[in-house]
Ligand binder design. Structure first.
Ligand code: ZN
Length: 344
């Protein structure tokens, strides 16, 4: 059963979250009416519907490079693992100053390793990181900000299984100390910037909500276009070693598949900070697999034509038809890791 009691840290009262079963996410709105309302998150980001907004500046991080002399609290709150962040960390490139509070994760299971909350053209990634910040220009703390329409900002990072990620290892190496609910450990701080994608200027932006009850529609969402990778071993550490139950419970409940399904976009427009992301063809994440193989994926909504210059260097071109109008083509190039990405 995927039920767990949560001391919900943002609003400080005890609730029960279930993603499946009679109290699953489809029934959240019985007790939390906002969960059945508008401006809900996550969503499926459909690249043919994006609107380029030239005013979206690169995300600017302040005081993210923390010293190892400092300690951060890593905890298991029963529905995720969460790393506390010091209040001197903030974002300076949004309409208000947004001060950091915590980051946490959503992930899939060992046998179904897809657990991101946001999806892109229907594609779900292995996991997703959420860095939660609050509007400290207007509100004294995250509890007061949580239900205000301009109260929160979340940076979303899509995560896929691939290369080992040394930044994630900085806290994953301590998760055996938080296997069970309500356990906490102190971990040395590190450069939090290293958890984010290299490019902070390519992202999707929309107005949404908390993805867990009470689902307040208070979040300015930034979902980075480029995913980061973690190794399979790192993914399995999340998917198999963490429990949503207390240590003393006789039947431990594994914590996995702790994601909410995509919500209706309604009339919301998803903005993108980069050109080429809107309408027609969109280049989606490119992945560098090991040392010699490159996997490049892109989605083209208007045509099934494949650029000729890729034929000449690729060794295998499996083609997948994704939905009715979108074609996903994957290229495996075994001769080089340098790619010139096609522009449309
Ligand atoms: Zn989250």
């Amino acid at each position: 059963l995927y039920c767990f009691t949560v001391l919900y840290r943002i609003i400080y009262y005890s609730i029960v979250i279930c993603y499946l079963g009679p109290d699953g996410e489809h029934h959240w709105s019985k007790h939390y009416p906002f969960c059945g309302g508008t401006f809900q998150s996550p969503i499926d980001i459909q690249t043919q519907l994006l609107r380029f907004d030239p005013t979206l500046r690169p995300i600017e991080l302040q005081n993210y490079n923390l010293s190892a002399n400092e300690q951060l609290t890593l905890g298991n709150n029963g529905h995720s693992i969460q790393l506390s962040l010091p209040r001197r960390m903030y974002l300076s490139s949004l309409p208000h100053r947004y001060t950091a509070a915590q980051l946490h994760f959503h992930w899939g299971s060992e046998h179904l390793p897809v657990g991101s909350e946001h999806t892109v053209n229907g594609r779900q990634f292995a996991a997703e990181m959420h860095m939660v910040l609050f509007n400290s220009d207007k509100y004294p703390n995250i509890s007061v900000a949580a239900d205000k329409s301009d109260g929160l900002a979340v940076l979303g990072v899509l995560i896929e299984v691939g290369e080992f990620n040394p930044a994630f290892a900085q806290f994953l190496k301590y998760i055996n100390g938080i296997k069970y609910k309500d356990q906490r450990v102190q971990v040395p701080a590190f450069n939090i910037r290293s958890l984010l994608p290299v490019l902070l200027d390519e992202y999707y932006r929309y107005d949404g909500s908390l993805t867990t009850p009470p689902c307040y529609p208070s979040v300015l969402w930034t979902v980075f276009k480029n995913p980061v990778t973690i190794s399979l071993k790192q993914f399995l550490a999340l998917a198999t070693a963490i429990y949503s139950s207390h240590q003393q419970e006789s039947a431990p409940v594994a914590m996995n598949s702790n994601y909410r399904k995509p919500q209706y976009t309604d009339n919301r427009v998803v903005l993108c900070s980069f050109q080429g992301g809107e309408y027609g063809a969109t280049l989606l994440p490119h992945y560098y697999h090991s040392t010699t193989t490159v996997l490049l994926e892109y989605y083209h909504s208007a045509t099934t034509a494949i650029p000729q210059h890729y034929y000449s260097t690729t060794t295998a071109i499996p083609q997948y038809y994704h939905g009715t109008t979108t074609v996903l083509v994957q290229y495996y190039n075994s001769t080089t890791t340098v790619l010139v990405l096609p522009q449309y």
